[in-house]
Design a protein. Structure first.
Length: 579
């Protein structure tokens, strides 16, 4: 009998051990419950709780079934009815530029007091000898931020004398948003080989104050040429790493868990450095310039290269300019400038600036054959039309396949071209806050009739194209675009400025629903990145990236979207931001 009992116990041991192992495997690292979860998963759109293990969603469903995954080491967070959705996936950022903007910019500054405060703040962050550059003052002088175009304010020019004491150890060279004027402090003038008390240089007009003394303001392209030869081409590595850390903090504060970035190789290297230290808190989809397609191909880079944190395989090109500087390319001249139709970008022209038929198309064909994804900036109606022609030719020569061509901005489209978006399988990589900000001057620049094809989110979606959202953070030299997704969601559903203008929305037929806007900002951008199987929705097996908000976006009045704040940002199952 004793031998029989021992034998039975031995037989039972493996089963008990296996059961224990399976039970531990089912324990979550983190459980969120008592939540309102909008999963953006059509198969399971609503849930109360989610369990996360090893950086992925283990289970998504009702509170009771999810809490069954609680183990002795599980962190459990009661969200008390707060709103949960997938982490925001921004389709378009210029991270390195944004990091520098966070350090210093005076685009929206309108008083000398604000100017001095911004300079004092940046000086506190810099080592002695580091240059202060950028600035871009005056961007909102003619059309105030949040304006639909009627409100104008007095022109602002920084008073350099007010910051001379602050910047004795920091040469400063900054510019107006349109490069119409530049400013330098005494330290910068001295390093440029000029006498600060009586600067003289060919091709530069030095303005003077009422007392006749130079005030640090200059006009003329010669200023940029003179100082660019003195300013270091790059910030120091230490400065860029600190800028990156501040920018990462800004990103996670707004619930963004993935960005599609177009910075330089040093920024990519900094991402890798911070990732190796466990400091990277946003996933990166990285896009070098289209002119580097051959280099990428020779290195074996194709769509999907990289890992869950840093992905490669896409390229960014440009064919025209931007609306802010009236350089976007149109079929007909600008309404406010009868001699100007905009301009083509360098890969479109020869050394004399003349358009070259097929030059850009060859880049597209070669990169596409190499298995790289194409994403191309087009703003004006002629630019978008030509790019769609190129895409049709691409399919003709290289064959039709799932290439997910990203029409970057798709900002002003001619009426006859909307139908082509869906038939060509376009992903419209748009930034909805552009319309809220650009509304200041759009009709003045291109007239109301052409504006009907501007930021036409509803028509783009109905065409069959995939609508993908982002910010274009930090913006252009003429406009500031914050990383905050609430601005874009609000713009898409109201078509108003942040001040609520115009009352009924600008071309209100182009509004979309908040559910559609959320999907464009989450799942659709993951799709645009060829990552919809791992990101973009809250579903079992996907990467555990999500945002917890203090208001239910599906229920609140549209105006409250702007007041909505992020409570938690979770990336890879880890809480990286807690309000």
């Amino acid at each position: 009998m004793t031998r029989l009992i021992i034998a039975l116990l031995i037989l039972l041991l493996p089963a008990s051990s296996t059961s224990l192992t399976q039970q531990r495997a089912a324990f979550a690292d983190l459980i969120l419950h008592n939540a309102v979860i909008w999963t953006v998963d059509d198969a399971n759109p609503n849930a109360e709780a989610a369990a996360i293990k090893d950086g992925r969603f283990l289970a998504v469903g009702k509170n009771r079934e999810i809490l069954a995954h609680r183990g002795p080491q599980t962190e459990v967070i009661d969200l008390k009815g707060q709103f949960v959705l997938p982490g925001f996936n921004d389709n378009h950022v210029h991270f390195a530029q944004a990091a520098a903007f966070l350090e210093f910019n005076i685009m929206a500054v309108s008083t000398q007091k604000e100017f001095v405060a911004r300079v004092r703040d940046v000086v506190a962050k810099l080592a002695p000898g580091e240059w202060i550059v950028g600035g871009y003052w005056g961007a909102y002088d003619q059309w105030d931020a949040g304006s639909a175009g009627a409100q104008r304010r007095a022109t602002f020019t920084p008073d350099i004398a007010l910051i001379e004491d602050l910047t004795r150890r920091h040469p400063l060279f900054i510019r107006r948003f349109d490069d119409g004027e530049f400013a330098a402090n005494r330290a910068a003038l001295t390093l440029a080989g000029l006498n600060p008390d009586n600067p003289v240089s060919q091709g530069i007009e030095f303005l003077r104050a009422g007392n006749g003394k130079p005030n640090g303001i200059m006009r003329g392209r010669g200023a940029q040429a003179l100082f660019s030869s003195r300013i270091p081409r790059r910030f120091s590595r230490a400065r860029r790493v600190e800028q990156t850390r501040r920018a990462l903090a800004e990103i996670r504060r707004f619930g963004v868990t993935n960005v599609s970035d177009m910075s330089d190789d040093e920024q990519l290297d900094i991402y890798r450095e911070l990732h190796s230290r466990g400091e990277l808190t946003v996933r990166i989809h990285f896009r070098p310039g289209l002119d580097r397609w051959n280099e990428m191909a020779e290195r074996g880079v194709k769509v999907g290269a990289g890992d869950a944190w840093i992905r490669l395989g896409a390229l960014k090109g440009h064919i025209d300019g931007i609306m802010g500087t009236s350089s976007a390319r149109f079929f007909k001249p600008y309404t406010h400038d009868a001699q100007n139709r905009g301009r083509w970008r360098p890969l479109m022209v020869d050394e004399k600036g003349e358009f070259v038929e097929g030059k850009f198309l060859k880049y597209m064909l070669d990169a596409d054959r190499a298995g790289l994804q194409l994403t191309v900036h087009a703003i004006g109606d002629e630019a978008n039309h030509l790019l769609l022609d190129y895409l049709a030719e691409l399919e003709k020569q290289n064959g039709r396949r799932d290439r997910r061509f990203r029409l970057v901005h798709a900002q002003v489209i001619a009426p006859e071209d909307f139908a082509r978006l869906g038939s060509l399988g376009v992903v419209a990589e748009v930034q909805p806050f552009h319309l809220s900000d650009d509304m200041r001057w759009m009709e003045e620049r291109i007239g109301r009739e052409r504006c009907r094809g501007a930021y036409a989110f509803r028509t783009i979606s109905r065409s069959g194209a995939v609508l993908s959202f982002g910010t274009d953070w930090p913006g252009t030299s003429a406009a500031e675009y914050p990383i905050n997704p609430m601005l874009g969601l609000y713009a898409a559903v109201t078509r108003q400025t942040v001040k609520g203008e115009p009352a009924g929305g600008w071309f209100p037929d182009e509004r979309i629903t908040i559910a559609e806007a959320i999907k464009a900002y989450t799942y659709n951008t993951a799709y645009a990145n060829f990552e919809e199987n791992t990101k973009g929705s809250i579903a079992v097996g996907k990467l555990a990236d999500l945002a917890v908000l203090d208001r239910n976006l599906l229920k609140i009045p549209a105006r409250e979207i702007l007041q909505t704040q992020v409570v938690f940002t979770i990336v890879d199952g880890q809480v990286v931001y807690r309000r």
